[in-house]
Design a protein around this ligand. Structure first.
Ligand code: 8YV
Length: 312
């Protein structure tokens, strides 16, 4: 019997076209009652295509007893129950590396925006406030201290971008990284108290849950900026809102939030925070590369039983 593929949520139209034409994928998102469909037909599928956004939990895997592979569109896999997949003998792939550049670009975009007040001063011009006086002075970026929390694939590209701005780089990571010369900070708090800009580039999930706590924000201090391009769950969001409202940190640039697409409304009126709707990888080029890698993993699995970029 031909292996059947299930597509969990809506993806790029070009990717959906390939999924349909090449793999005759069934679209779960079109089912009026997804749970009922899975109870009835879940056993027919060998592979599941999902994304970092839609994930796959243990209940879904349980409803798909013939499932052998989950191919996810996205590098983060905190929404996929990896332990359950391992236990059930299901292989999981993600899309590492192809989005590093675009995510690092947005990290720097947010950093410059919040430090120099680009979005805020754009609003100032549009409100007609320039006619009443000059925009207040902002904070210099070049030559400052950049702390990178999580020196993985994306963190390393952020460090590379920083060299173009003559920034001094230090990092904190679960493990010290052997092939870099950047000084290692022993804790998130130590890194935050040193840094002018703390960029969060670590993976999401239980290990990093609320790693950036009220204490870390206090260590960053009233002159420090926080940038987050990883997952909202890495930050204690309530503590961050409090720190921004009460100016206990200088500002924040955020692409990710704890309960997306919900963003704390207390932030909407603040000029010391830049809010993006989780778009760091959102370019035509990168999303296509992510789609290509997801499909390549699926193709490889269905023909050889192996994934190209398995989650380890
Ligand atoms: C995407 C992401 O927005 O790769 C990730 O982990 O968070 C983003 O690149 C996401 O995969 C889309 O679902």
């Amino acid at each position: 019997m031909k292996p059947r593929v299930l597509q969990k949520g809506r993806l790029l139209p070009a990717m959906e076209k390939v999924l349909k034409e090449e793999f005759d994928a069934h679209m779960l998102a079109n089912e009026p009652d997804a749970d009922a469909f899975l109870r009835q037909c879940g056993g027919e599928f060998t592979a599941l295509v999902t994304s970092a956004r839609f994930g796959a939990d243990d209940a879904m895997m349980a409803a798909m007893p013939a499932l052998k592979a989950i191919c996810s569109f996205g590098v983060g896999y905190d929404t996929i129950d990896i332990d359950a997949a391992k236990r059930r003998g299901i292989a999981v792939s993600n899309t590492p590396d192809v989005l590093n550049d675009c995510v690092a670009d947005i990290a720097f975009g947010l950093l410059i925006d919040v430090a120099r007040g680009m979005s805020a001063s754009d609003r100032f011009v549009r409100r007609g406030d320039w006619l009443k006086g000059a925009y207040p002075l902002q904070t210099r970026v070049s030559g400052k201290k950049l702390g990178i929390l999580g020196l993985g694939r994306i963190g390393r590209v952020i460090a590379k971008r920083a060299s173009g701005f003559d920034m001094e780089v230090r990092y904190h990571n679960r493990h010290r990284v052997s092939d870099v010369t950047f000084p290692y900070a022993n804790s998130t708090q130590e890194l935050a108290s040193w840094a002018d800009f703390l960029v969060v580039a670590s993976a999401g999930g239980a290990d990093t849950h609320k790693l950036v706590s009220a204490k870390v924000l206090q260590a960053l201090g009233p002159q420090g900026f926080l940038i987050n391009i990883s997952r909202g769950t890495v930050i204690d969001e309530a503590a961050l809102v409090d720190a921004l409202v009460n100016k206990r940190i200088a500002g924040a640039g955020l692409d990710v939030f704890e309960h997306e697409p919900k963003v704390p409304e207390a932030l909407f009126g603040l000029d010391n925070v830049v809010l993006l709707p989780h778009v760091a990888s959102g370019t035509h080029e990168t999303r296509q590369a992510m789609a290509d890698l997801t499909l390549a993993n699926l193709r490889e699995f269905l023909s050889t039983g192996k994934l190209l970029t398995p989650v380890s």
